[in-house]
Design a protein around this ligand. Structure first.
Ligand SMILES: Nc1ncnc2c1ncn2[C@@H]1O[C@H](COP(=O)(O)OP(=O)(O)OP(=O)(O)O)[C@@H](O)[C@H]1O
Ligand SMILES: [Mg+2]
Length: 207
């Protein structure tokens, strides 16, 4: 059984990335202007998902993309983060093609809270910091208070040391989204993308 399992793991490790990391730009800071022009993309040849999208987002601007299910909203995020390569058109970040950035140089500026949140079988604290020792404990608490999730975490047995178990099954999906939001908020990215990040949350009135 061990041999079979090891074989499967090695197969995954041997997988070649289809995204070529040929860009060299790796700026410490970006303004965050995004310009999408005539963007076309299909996951499967012949089944086009994006049919020539145009979108201008200025630095500092907040925008919402609204559309029917399956319209291609999450796909735009996949292309901007270069999880997939687009077929036609261009995506510029600060006037440079996203392909001119190294993958790390691009992705380190982008923080995403996905539609499906993934938490590890570990404590809430480690799920937030992902073992990044540069993150101060005080910063975690401060950010949690800002987002309004600190009191909820303290109410759990062990507080920040509460183990959420495999895939975070010990939490509701709304609670998982909040933890994942906190994780991204702490990394303070120049581009913050929320893909229906609050779809499982009810509003809480404080008045
Ligand atoms: N990995 C994939 N492989 C093949 N087709 C995909 C893949 N991901 C999405 N699609 C298809 O691409 C289209 C757009 O999907 P996308 O996830 O971008 O929609 P969405 O606008 O985010 O929808 P929702 O509001 O439900 O999240 C859909 O028709 C979907 O079936
Ligand atoms: Mg989506």
């Amino acid at each position: 059984m061990g041999m079979v399992a090891a074989d499967r793991i090695f197969k995954i490790l041997r997988t070649e990335s289809q995204i070529e990391d040929l860009g060299t730009l790796n700026p410490d800071k970006i303004d965050g202007g995004i310009s999408i022009k005539n963007l076309r993309f299909s996951y499967i040849t012949g089944e086009e998902v994006l049919h020539g999208i145009n979108l201008e987002i200025k630095p500092g601007e907040k925008i919402a993309v609204v559309g029917a299910t399956g319209a291609g909203k999450s796909t735009i995020i996949n292309l901007l983060s270069r999880f997939y390569e687009f077929d036609e058109g261009s995506i510029l970040l600060d006037k440079n093609s996203i392909k001119d950035f190294s993958l790390n140089g691009l992705r380190k500026h982008i923080g995403i809270v996905l539609q499906d949140v993934f938490l590890f079988a570990d404590t809430i604290y480690n799920n937030i910091t992902l073992y990044d020792t540069d993150i101060d404990e005080e910063d975690v608490y401060y950010a949690a208070k800002e987002i309004g999730v600190h009191d909820f975490i303290l109410s759990l047995p062990g507080g920040y040391q509460y183990n959420v178990k495999e895939r975070g099954v010990m939490l509701s999906s709304g609670q998982r989204q909040l933890i994942s939001f906190l994780r991204v908020y702490l990394s303070n990215p120049s581009i913050l993308i929320l893909d229906e990040a609050t779809s499982n949350l009810d509003t809480e009135r404080n008045d």
